[in-house]
Design a protein around this ligand. Structure first.
Ligand SMILES: Nc1nc2c(ncn2[C@@H]2O[C@H](COP(=O)(O)OP(=O)(O)OP(=O)(O)O)[C@@H](O)[C@H]2O)c(=O)[nH]1
Ligand SMILES: [Mg+2]
Length: 453
């Protein structure tokens, strides 16, 4: 699977990273942080390796502005042509997104396959997809990416052999006929929306049963699946590679406070997650959007953890989950030998918790903090109580602060607030006894400040 389908050997890759003259270095100059572009190169290298390529060389080039036809300046392009010949390069991988035109022009000029970071990430997802839904989602994202890149009769990529950027989920090769792609996109969208309906039904059931939902989010490879496994005795795949998890898994988490709690593991994030993927994975990412609490898992042993936190927050923004209750969980503390690093992280992120998912260290502090969030944070909600069910009103009066009460034609509308624990108890009591009362949680207000920024 990691091999070029046609040549039966690993593709030799040349990575290209272009900096522009107005390039801004990150303001944070703590010694542990590498310049931003070095981190980008490191990450692109890891991505290329994850897709099964052998990284032969990286090129960092400084130029004034993007070249309209090739993105990279023509002078540098000549040099790249030489390297391609000398080093027998099969594939050129750009760190930045190329326009379909630039990608086509480069391929015509260099006569090898040229892809960008987005295509690379899509390729990795295509190789990792396991579930039916995951495969459909990845294929949809790939086809949406390919459609504007078709030229003339077919995709230029198809003339340049198989391998990275041309394979679909499983062993199939991607379709390259424009009309067939359109039909396939329609079909995939239909299938995905059918699955999304089933998923929504399951989620509604969980919501109505008053389960407190926690989702693990974080940069890829930060240890989310390991944490899920350690906390819930599960066996989700945990592996030292990028994007090992694509599907979400939900397990029961025992907190011993009389509230049912679920913990969900999901796809890892990365800086600039391709928008085609976010769109295609919408229903999987709903697990994150609908969660009551997000544990942001951060790999403390990665020197760029600060940037990873920022990237995760950016993605949360994009999927409209930025106002969620969050708790920063620094993982892999067992790998930290430098006391100073730990101290400085603790100073900057005062409300974060520090754990080792692998060695099960720091779990009590983590779970206590989760219990605290459930028990002491305020939630505001609205309940529509039909007059026939008005005996339930007292439950709310006894446990909550009433903000507003409105008499409607067929019901009483109560807006109230209380701590999360009471809210979960009331909503599960009501859902056990009647289907007629509708409760809608509007917001959760944090009493503690859980993250420093
Ligand atoms: N030393 C150490 N390694 C850990 C710890 N937690 C996770 N790892 C390792 O980190 C690697 C990635 O772990 P995963 O749990 O697969 O990470 P993930 O966040 O689920 O990754 P994706 O699903 O790819 O996004 C694996 O090799 C784990 O064994 C930890 O606390 N300490
Ligand atoms: Mg995982």
């Amino acid at each position: 699977m990691l091999f070029d389908i046609n040549k039966k050997n690993i593709e030799r890759a040349l990575l290209v990273f272009i900096k522009f003259k107005d390039y801004k270095f990150k303001e944070d100059t703590r010694p542990a942080q590498k310049p931003f572009y070095e981190e980008n190169i490191e990450e692109l290298k890891n991505l290329a390796k994850s897709a099964g390529a052998e990284v032969v060389q990286e090129i960092v080039h400084l130029q004034d502005k993007p070249h309209s036809k090739y993105y990279i300046s023509t002078g540098k392009l000549e040099e790249i042509g030489q390297i391609i010949n000398d080093e027998e390069i099969d594939i050129l991988i750009f760190d930045k997104d190329l326009t379909p035109g630039q990608q086509g022009n480069l391929q015509e000029k260099l006569k090898i396959k040229v892809i960008d970071r987005t295509a690379l990430i899509l390729d990795i997802f295509a190789q990792r997809a396991q579930s039916r839904e995951g495969k459909l989602q990845v294929e949809l994202a790939q086809l949406n990416y390919l459609l504007p890149r078709l030229r003339g009769k077919g995709l230029i990529l198809s003339r340049l052999g198989g391998g990275i950027g041309t394979r679909g989920p499983g062993e199939t090769k991607l379709e390259v006929d424009r009309r067939k792609i359109r039909e396939k996109i329609n079909l995939l969208e239909k299938k995905i929306s059918q699955i999304a309906v089933q998923r929504e039904v399951q989620r509604k059931l969980r919501e109505e049963s008053g389960v407190f939902k926690i989702s693990l989010v974080g940069y890829t490879n930060s240890g989310k699946s390991t944490l899920l496994n350690s906390l819930t005795d599960s066996d989700v795949l945990e592996k030292d590679m990028l994007f090992s998890t694509l599907d979400s898994t939900t397990r029961k988490l025992e907190l011993g406070i009389g509230i049912e709690t679920s913990l969900s593991d999901t796809v890892g994030f990365i800086e600039k997650l391709p928008h085609q993927l976010i769109a295609a994975f919408k229903s999987t990412l709903e697990e994150v959007i609908k969660a009551d609490l997000l544990l942001i898992v951060v790999d403390l042993s990665n020197p760029n953890y600060d940037n990873h936190i920022l990237s995760v927050k950016k993605v949360l923004n994009e999927i409209e989950a930025k106002d969620k209750e969050t708790l920063l969980v620094f993982n892999k503390t067992d790998k930290i030998e430098n006391d100073l690093l730990m101290k400085s992280a603790k100073l900057v992120y005062r409300d974060a918790v520090f754990i080792s998912a692998k060695r099960k260290l720091g779990f009590e502090v983590l779970l206590d903090k989760v219990r605290e969030i459930i028990s002491f944070n305020n939630v505001t909600f609205t309940a529509r109580i039909p007059y026939s069910e008005s005996s339930f009103e007292s439950q709310i009066y006894n446990n909550c602060r009433i903000i507003e009460k409105k008499y409607m034609e067929d019901c009483i509308n109560l807006t109230a607030s209380c701590d999360y624990k009471s809210f979960m108890k009331i909503s599960s009591l009501i859902s056990e006894r009647t289907k007629n009362i509708k409760i809608k949680k509007s917001r959760m207000k944090t009493k503690m400040n859980n993250s420093s920024n």
